[in-house]
Design a protein around this ligand. Structure first.
Ligand SMILES: [Zn+2]
Length: 99
């Protein structure tokens, strides 16, 4: 299994996460209380998909309800897509990445 390098840390609701970037999956977030050191993987890059990945995983780390984070709309897109699209249309995005 590929080993990911923590590039940042962030505290969600008092719980510190190591944040790593990955290229092949959208993202993964540890559940608080499980491992000693909590990790989050978000998608590398500046694309809308990468932005959505970070938003989605952050909502997961905050413990938002499963339907809010993983629910789908009738058209088959994740419910979180509308929130990501809203912020993206207002201009919120990552403008550079560190390798
Ligand atoms: Zn998720």
């Amino acid at each position: 299994m590929k080993k990911y390098t923590t590039v940042k840390t962030h505290t969600f609701d008092g719980v510190k996460y190591g944040i790593s970037k990955c290229e092949r999956i959208d993202g993964v977030t540890d559940v608080p209380g499980e491992p000693e050191k909590l990790e989050m993987l978000i998608l590398e890059g500046n694309s809308f998909r990468a932005f959505h990945s970070a938003l989605h995983e952050g909502m997961e780390a905050l413990g938002m309800c499963d339907e809010c984070v993983h629910g789908y709309r009738d058209n088959g897109t994740p419910r979180t897509t509308d929130l990501a699209r809203f912020l993206w249309r207002l201009g919120y995005r990552r403008i550079k990445t560190k390798k």
